[in-house]
Write a protein that binds this ligand. Structure first.
Ligand SMILES: O=P(O)(O)OC[C@H]1O[C@H](OP(=O)(O)OP(=O)(O)O)[C@H](O)[C@@H]1O
Ligand SMILES: NC(=O)CC[C@H](N)C(=O)O
Ligand SMILES: [Mg+2]
Length: 492
């Protein structure tokens, strides 16, 4: 989004457009003969975090082997012949949703560089908010960038470092970058994992026999049969070698502020964060919502998929029957991420159909996890009326999204965010519902286990609702204007 050049200047300066994207998934394994196969399985479990492209880099003791492809993991890494080419006892992998740089092959991760200490492959979940500024400095002193991805600056920075050891070089590089990152890196003899100083994006450590595993979410550890060891701390760098694991803390200690949206929408419900399943937390969001905004209705209807756990919580708390009033087509993915509004609207139509038999003549509450542009909710309210609902009430299990994200989610600019442009009544009218309510900010914190948001030291990164960004936004300040990012036109 730094690269969300729409915010930064005239059209010919753009190297990325303003697409609505979400996250990425990272995975790494060290010390296992089937490293690439495990990585493919891990990426499979993390597919919900990125569906645009995927890649694996493995190291066999002599050479690195890389496969980077556009599309889904199942379509690209299911054949034995592909996995057999990725030889080695160590591997890292990535599922991509681009936040910076187009969806073209040269931006697909893991990115790889030959530096004078050997090879270095890196996979990144997050978005660097000073990458554009750094990139310009690098280019002006002779760097030749191979991609338009924010992640690439890390490779340049560590390659230029004068430090001797690769870990020191990596630490020096990440001290230069701002924003959000969960990195996994692979060198000739180590697997590295790192989280940014406030821990915006997640990263967990697992153990599989003698091997170590790093992954964005615990659902990927479960997939490969690894046992959960712990979350990587905010600001921590872990280094895994044949001798075991060591931990470095290169930043001053400060409280963590993970992204609240992991709980609301991104993470898979069976993943565990902070000792609780995301499913349980989403259900609690529904419970809180039922307290804050009850409704006199006959049926609670979830908006699949992400709205389902909150709707269960809402129904259980209010004692109103829960019915699948919307049937989801499983061959349509997450519509939040579709690049164009025209396609997104069609996607929503394809994805959801009314189950008229449980709706007709009824007063219903629709429960969803979030409203971004309002495309989903508007379409579904209409669908419910067409199916014969008597009253349609909307309940959203998170607060109104009023501010853009710059940390890897890639919500749109303010101009496209429904809640940034309309008040509650304006939104209700736009959606066409009989009533509309959102969960409060404190309600979200209560669902996650706190009494309330601590205004002086917020426990989460919640800028989408509050406008409080936990890191500098150097590129977004408007002072960096890219001269030229890439002249190379590519097709995905
Ligand atoms: O207001 P909008 O711009 O329509 O975006 C909000 C919708 O997008 C997400 O669903 P998505 O279809 O991406 O994924 P899901 O199947 O996991 O719910 C989210 O769960 C909301 O339903
Ligand atoms: N969504 C993400 O985490 C994206 C990672 C990185 N910024 C990219 O665009 O490739
Ligand atoms: Mg949804």
């Amino acid at each position: 989004m730094l690269c969300d050049a729409k915010r930064q200047g005239p059209v010919n300066l753009r190297y990325d457009d303003d697409r609505l994207r979400e996250e990425c998934g990272v995975f790494g394994v060290f010390g296992h003969p089937d490293a690439a196969a495990l990585t493919a399985l891990g990426l499979h479990a993390l597919q919900h975090r990125g569906q645009e492209a995927c890649g694996i880099v493995a190291y066999d003791g002599k050479q690195f082997h890389s496969e980077r492809r556009m599309g889904l993991v199942g379509d690209n890494f299911s054949r034995a012949s592909v996995i057999e080419r990725l030889k080695g006892h160590a591997a890292i992998g990535h599922n991509r949703y681009s936040t910076c740089g187009d969806a073209v092959l040269r931006n697909v991760q893991p990115l790889f560089a030959d530096i004078d200490t050997g090879g270095f492959a890196v996979a990144h979940n997050g978005n660097l908010t000073n990458a554009l500024t750094l990139r310009q400095e690098l280019i002006s002193t002779g760097a030749i960038c191979q991609s338009t991805s924010d992640t690439e600056v890390v490779l340049h920075l560590l390659s230029r470092s004068k430090k001797r050891r690769i870990v020191e070089r990596f630490v020096e590089a990440i001290r230069e970058v701002e924003g959000a990152y969960a990195f996994v890196g692979l060198t000739n003899d180590m697997l590295i994992g790192a989280r940014d100083p406030v821990g915006i994006r997640p990263l967990v450590l697992g153990r599989l026999g003698q091997a170590y595993v790093l992954a964005s979410e615990t659902c990927a550890l479960d997939m490969v049969g690894a046992e959960f060891v712990r979350e990587i701390d905010n600001g921590e760098v872990v280094v895994i070698t044949e001798d075991g694991i060591e931990s470095h803390r290169p930043f001053p200690m400060r409280p963590s502020r993970p992204c609240i949206f992991e709980y609301i929408y991104f993470a898979r419900p069976d993943s565990v964060i902070g000792g609780r399943t995301v499913y349980d937390i989403r259900k609690q969001m529904g419970v809180q919502l039922a307290h804050e905004a009850p409704a006199e209705v006959d049926v609670i209807v979830p908006i699949p998929d992400s709205g389902v756990p909150a709707a269960i919580g809402f129904a259980q708390e209010s004692g109103v029957p829960f019915e699948l009033g919307i049937i989801r087509n499983h061959y349509v993915g997450r519509t939040f991420i579709e690049p164009e509004q025209r396609i997104r609207a069609l996607g929503v139509k394809l994805k959801h159909s009314a189950n008229a038999s449980v709706i007709r003549g009824k007063r219903i509450v629709l429960v969803d996890d979030s409203v971004v542009r309002g495309t989903t909710s508007k379409k579904i309210v209409q669908l419910m009326y067409e199916a014969g609902a008597r009253e349609v009430h909307m309940r959203i299990a998170s607060p109104p999204i009023t501010h853009p994200d710059y940390y890897g989610i890639d919500t749109p600019d303010k101009v496209d965010l429904l809640a940034a442009n309309k008040d509650l009544e304006g939104m209700r009218q736009f959606l066409g519902a009989d009533s509309l309510a959102f969960l409060s900010v404190d309600g979200i914190y209560r669902a996650v286990g706190f009494d309330a948001r601590d205004a002086r030291a917020p426990q989460f990164t919640d800028h989408c609702f509050t406008g409080e960004y936990p890191t500098p936004l150097t590129d977004q300040s408007g002072q960096t204007v890219p001269r030229q990012l890439s002249l190379l036109a590519e097709v995905g």
